[in-house]
Structures are given as C-alpha cells and as structure tokens.
Design a protein around this ligand. Structure first.
Ligand code: 5GP
Length: 188
C-alpha cells in the first residue's frame, strides 16, 4: 500500500503522546479511492481464510470495514459505543481509550455475533491493542472465532501488535509507524 504510506508521510500530522492524525484522508475527511484500495487490500490478504463476517467498532473503523465487506461480499457488524435501550441479547465489554484516556463500555447484540461466526476485525489504528482486547472478550462471550485483525495503521512503537501476535492472532497492518519522535513520521 505505497499510496497509503505516501499519504501518511505527506498529510499525516503528529501530536505529543505518540498520536498520529490522518484527519484529511481517513478520520475526518475521507478519500474514497484510498478507502476502496484499503478494502481491496484487506480482502486480498484474508481471501480464503474462512471469514463469514467483518466486525468493527464505531466510529472510525466503519469506513474501512464497509469497503472490506463490500469487496468480500460479507456482512459488516458495528460494535457500538452507546448502549441502545432497544438492543436485545446485549453483550458488553469495557475498553480503555488511548486517545481519550478513559474507559468506555462497548456492546453488540448476540443476534449478530454467535458461535457460527468466523470474524475479521477491522479498525483504523492499532496502538496498545485495547480495542482489540475488547473484541476478543466479546467474541469469547459469543463463542465466535477471530480469524484475524486488519488495521489501516499500526503504531509499531506501541505494544498492541506484539500483544495480539503473541496471543497467536493473525494481524495485518497496511502501514506500520516505527516512530513519531521529534514529530517526524517514520514508517517501517
Ligand atoms: P488501541 O485500542 O489499540 O490502544 O487504540 C486504537 C484505537 O484508538 C483506535 O480505534 C483509534 O481510533 C484510536 N487511536 C489510537 N491511536 C491513535 C492515533 O495515533 N491516531 C488516531 N487518530 N487514533 C488513534
């Protein structure tokens, strides 16, 4: 994904605390051509992996998850950050937010995640892996199998990638950031 790497280097902005902002092409304004390519790449990487469902968390994961689901012709399930009163068979998990530095509860209906499911979890960023751990918890509650994780950007200088890979999960990241030291973006 040379195009993605080029955009990160050209348009990404770094902030203190190891935060990378990609608001102009992913998180606030989105480049649909790039997002299509991202979906195609995840679909290519996970082709033949027996996945029957894409799962993501509101809100930033929705765009890449939909693009991947569209290419793979699979349903896309959104784990929600607000608990609707009307949700039936709710499963919940508590996640620590890296960017907001607080805990929040996410939920999903067991109607849409069950022991029949083999899921690919898609998100925009992998930092410390807390969101992914929440998904692992929800999948365990539902009896679903996680076939892999797909992140647009992995911050390799934070611990999430090691955590997930050492647990035996397949993790595919389309761009890996080696460092944001001195506000210089360096990619692996
Ligand atoms: P983790 O759960 O892996 O610690 O953090 C991943 C989540 O936090 C992602 O869903 C993403 O929305 C957010 N996040 C983590 N680091 C960054 C970052 O550097 N930039 C942006 N825009 N979001 C981040």
């Amino acid at each position: 994904m040379e195009l993605l790497k080029q955009r990160i280097l050209e348009d990404g902005k770094c902030y203190p605390g190891g935060i990378l902002k990609v608001d102009s092409f992913i998180n606030h304004q989105m480049d649909p051509d790039l997002m299509c390519r991202i979906g195609e790449e995840f679909a290519r990487l996970y082709e033949g992996s027996g996945i029957n469902k894409i799962v993501t968390i509101e809100a930033s994961g929705i765009a890449p998850a939909i693009m991947t689901g569209a290419v793979m012709h699979l349903p896309v399930v959104f784990v929600k950050k607000k608990q609707p009163k009307t949700m039936e068979n709710m499963l919940t998990s508590v996640i620590h937010s890296f960017t907001k530095d607080r805990d929040y509860t996410v939920c999903i209906s067991a109607d849409f995640l069950s022991s029949r499911d083999h899921i690919l979890f898609i998100d925009d960023f992998l930092a410390y892996g807390n969101a992914a751990l929440g998904i692992i918890d929800l999948a365990a509650q539902a009896g679903a199998t996680i076939e892999g994780f797909g992140f647009i950007i992995e911050k390799a200088f934070q611990d999430g990638g090691n955590r997930l890979r050492s647990m035996g999960y397949r993790v595919e990241s389309l761009a890996r950031v080696a460092s944001l030291d001195n506000c210089q973006i360096s990619l692996l």
